[in-house]
Design a protein. Structure first.
Length: 202
């Protein structure tokens, strides 16, 4: 485990060698449950890194490339992830409460049972994301791309979908909306999403 940010950077350098040599040199970054809070990870290339259960609360991850990375059960609350690349990444059971994911790339990412309450996903690319049973309560999804997204049984109370696109192709047999929680099913889901996307912006 890296005891300092300098130590973490040495792990990152080895990971970059592993990537550029297609595994012939260096070593894949694997830090199960590491505490990386306060580290500056902005812009780093951490493709396919193994980071399950890591602590990244309040961390700067702007523009970081985590394509295909494993961040299952990670704690990434109130962090800056603007422009981050998380396409095909695994974030099952991860917590990203109140984090900024504006313009983030999450194409085909897995967010099963992830906690995204209050997260800012403004104009994020969520095409084909798997977010079944996730909690999007109070999340901002204005202008987000949701083509083919799986939101089955997701909690979307007070989520802002204004201007979001691709909602007609969202897969969800049911959604949990409003307070107290109400479960919508079938055509009710489609109608609710369409109305949410077309709501008038104040």
């Amino acid at each position: 485990m890296p005891g300092s940010e300098a130590g973490f950077r040495r792990f990152v350098a080895l990971h970059e060698q592993w990537l550029s040599s297609q595994g012939a040199l260096g070593k894949q970054l694997s830090l199960d449950g590491a505490d990386l809070r306060g580290f500056d990870l902005a812009g780093l290339k951490l493709i396919e890194a193994e980071l399950p259960g890591v602590l990244l609360d309040g961390t700067n991850l702007r523009g970081t490339d985590l394509f295909g990375a494993n961040l299952s059960s990670a704690s990434i609350n109130r962090a800056d992830l603007a422009g981050i690349i998380l396409s095909k990444a695994t974030l099952d059971y991860a917590s990203l409460r109140e984090s900024v994911l504006q313009g983030a790339h999450l194409v085909k990412a897995s967010l099963y049972e992830a906690d995204l309450r209050g997260a800012n996903l403004l104009e994020a690319d969520l095409r084909s994301v798997f977010a079944a049973d996730s909690n999007l309560g109070g999340a901002i999804l204005r202008g987000a791309q949701l083509d083919g997204a799986v939101l089955d049984k997701a909690r979307v109370s007070n989520a802002d979908f204004r201007g979001a696109t691709g909602l007609e192709s969202v897969q969800a047999s049911s959604l949990y909306v409003s307070t107290p929680v109400t479960e919508l099913r079938g055509e009710e889901v489609r109608a609710w999403l369409q109305k949410a996307a077309q709501a008038v912006t104040p």
